[in-house]
Design a protein around this ligand. Structure first.
Ligand SMILES: Cc1cc2nc3c(=O)[nH]c(=O)nc-3n(C[C@H](O)[C@H](O)[C@H](O)COP(=O)(O)OP(=O)(O)OC[C@H]3O[C@@H](n4cnc5c(N)ncnc54)[C@H](O)[C@@H]3O)c2cc1C
Length: 457
């Protein structure tokens, strides 16, 4: 007699933050037998490479991303409250800075757009009163929206470590960071406590019956086996395109390489209480006259004299003296990821030089530059940089992926949303905007032609 196949109510493929959150939400919704299938280290591919920041601060069109991330932050705050803030969530904000007067209007427009989409009010701080600094720890407080600070004395008092030419900062308030690893382990432990099984295996395909998902093919070492299920959730991160292809589904995603550095800051150039700081001006790297001359005479290095795009950013990390720095100036895209990741050997120095324009104190580490820790991963992205959460064309198959550079912050709402799709629960207002079926709408495809998805961090 053949051995009966193990049977699960839902199989989730991938134990990054998206898969763990999906399994967590499914178990919370009362689904009994859930397999979380992972062939690598849990949270070890992309989810432990992130900057761990969160924000409710998104452009349109429409309010879907603001509503989605706001819901996720609500859920994150709930987990933080119930766990005694096990994953060290703070609410220091994102601080966008500029030395260009014309950017003040851009900040104002962005803040008014965010306000109109539900991210909270814009407050103008043009005199030494009325600015409430962020608390360095904890996630409480009702402050949201943003403060547009144009009073130089306020900037000097609270952010005196920034470039002395800074004319304005925009402090977005329902933002901060947390420990992604601790969050993921917390959700995994709760999910396993409710019976979720972690299955160490590779997803290699699915079986259907009458056109619906009826089983999932797995491989563990040399052995292949099938588990029976009516529902499969693909949360396979940068492999989502290839895993969906095994179901015959084509997803409009690419992967984009992102690399960051972390290094010690024993001089305290970036105060330990700083928010996430972001330089919004195109940046020329600082070089001495001799260095300029040498670079100009080398055809391969001359590019280092040209202005780099705006957006270099960083923050203090952990309780020691480490600072994380990150600049999305060169992010090649591909259909599929390649591991191990490789990067331009000049990237660490370029990143530190860029950051030293935002925080001049960091220039102390340029010569000689200490060896930084360099790592990174892939943003899995749709053309308009919104996630894919919902049913796939094969009945019983779902996806929760394409979380780009916002998968930690949106994980809890993403898990909740895909769980509602699977269980037939009530869908929130943003469900349609994030469902893969959005691309079937000709009006949406038309909108994509003019969609500006720039401005990512
Ligand atoms: C440098 C960088 C900075 C970032 N900064 C932030 C930030 O500040 N804030 C934020 O919110 N987000 C940030 N992100 C984005 C965030 O890290 C990702 O969106 C998120 O981790 C994606 O999670 P995931 O679960 O979808 O993918 P992953 O973490 O990659 O998990 C997918 C899992 O699926 C498994 N898998 C794949 N195929 C199979 C298969 N066939 N069988 C079994 N298992 C399989 C993989 O092994 C992997 O463990 C950043 C990302 C990078 C790279």
């Amino acid at each position: 007699m053949p051995t009966p196949r193990p049977r699960y109510d839902v199989v989730v493929c991938g134990a990054g933050i998206a898969g763990i959150s999906a399994a967590h939400a499914l178990s919370e919704a009362g689904v009994k037998r859930i397999a979380l299938v992972e062939h690598g280290p849990v949270l070890g591919l992309t989810s432990d490479k992130s900057g761990e920041c969160y924000r409710n601060w998104w452009p349109g069109p429409g309010d879907a991303m603001v509503a989605f991330t706001s819901r996720s932050i609500d859920l994150l705050e709930g987990h933080a409250r119930r766990s005694g803030n096990r994953f060290l969530m703070n609410k220091r904000g994102y601080l966008y800075a500029t030395a260009r007067r014309e950017t003040v209007d851009v900040f104002e427009r962005q803040a008014l757009e965010a306000e109109s989409l539900g991210a909270g009010k814009l407050r103008h701080v043009a005199s030494p009163v009325g600015y409430e600094p962020a608390r360095p720890t904890g996630f409480g407080g009702v402050l949201d929206g943003a403060d547009l600070v144009t009073d130089r004395s306020v900037i000097r008092e609270h952010f005196g470590y920034l470039n002395a030419d800074t004319v304005a900062v925009l402090h977005a308030r329902r933002c901060g960071w947390l420990s992604a690893q601790q969050l993921g382990m917390h959700l995994l432990e709760e999910a396993r406590g409710r019976g979720v099984e972690l299955v160490v295996a590779e997803f290699i395909g699915a079986e259907t019956s009458g056109g619906r998902i009826s089983g999932v093919q797995l491989r563990a070492g040399e052995s292949q086996f099938v588990v029976a299920t009516d529902a499969l959730v693909l949360a396979s991160g940068p492999y989502v395109k290839s895993t969906a292809a095994r179901l015959g589904a084509t997803l409009p995603v690419v992967v984009e390489k992102h690399v960051k550095i972390t290094m010690a800051d024993p001089l305290g150039a970036v105060p330990r209480s700083a928010p996430l700081i972001i330089w919004c001006d195109p940046t020329e790297l600082p070089w001495s006259a001799e260095e300029r001359e040498a670079l100009a005479s080398d055809a391969a290095m001359r590019r280092l004299l040209a202005p780099f795009p705006a957006g270099v950013h960083g923050r203090p990390i952990g309780s020691g003296d480490q600072v994380f720095m990150y600049w999305t100036y060169d992010c090649p895209q591909a259909d599929h990821p390649t591991f191990p990741l490789s990067w331009d050997p000049h990237l660490p120095e370029i990143t530190l030089r860029g950051m030293s324009v935002l925080v001049p104190g960091l220039a102390a580490y340029l010569d000689p530059m200490p060896k930084p820790y360099v790592d990174g991963g892939y943003y899995t992205k749709t053309p308009e940089n919104r996630p894919l959460i919902g049913p796939l064309p094969v009945p019983g198959a779902f996806v929760s992926s394409a979380y780009s550079g916002f998968g930690i912050m949106s994980s809890c709402a993403g898990g909740e949303l895909v769980a509602r799709h699977v269980t037939g629960g009530t869908l929130p207002s943003y469900a349609a905007a994030l469902s893969p079926s959005r691309y079937e709408d000709p009006a949406y495809r038309k909108l994509l032609e003019t969609w500006d998805s720039s401005g990512q961090l």
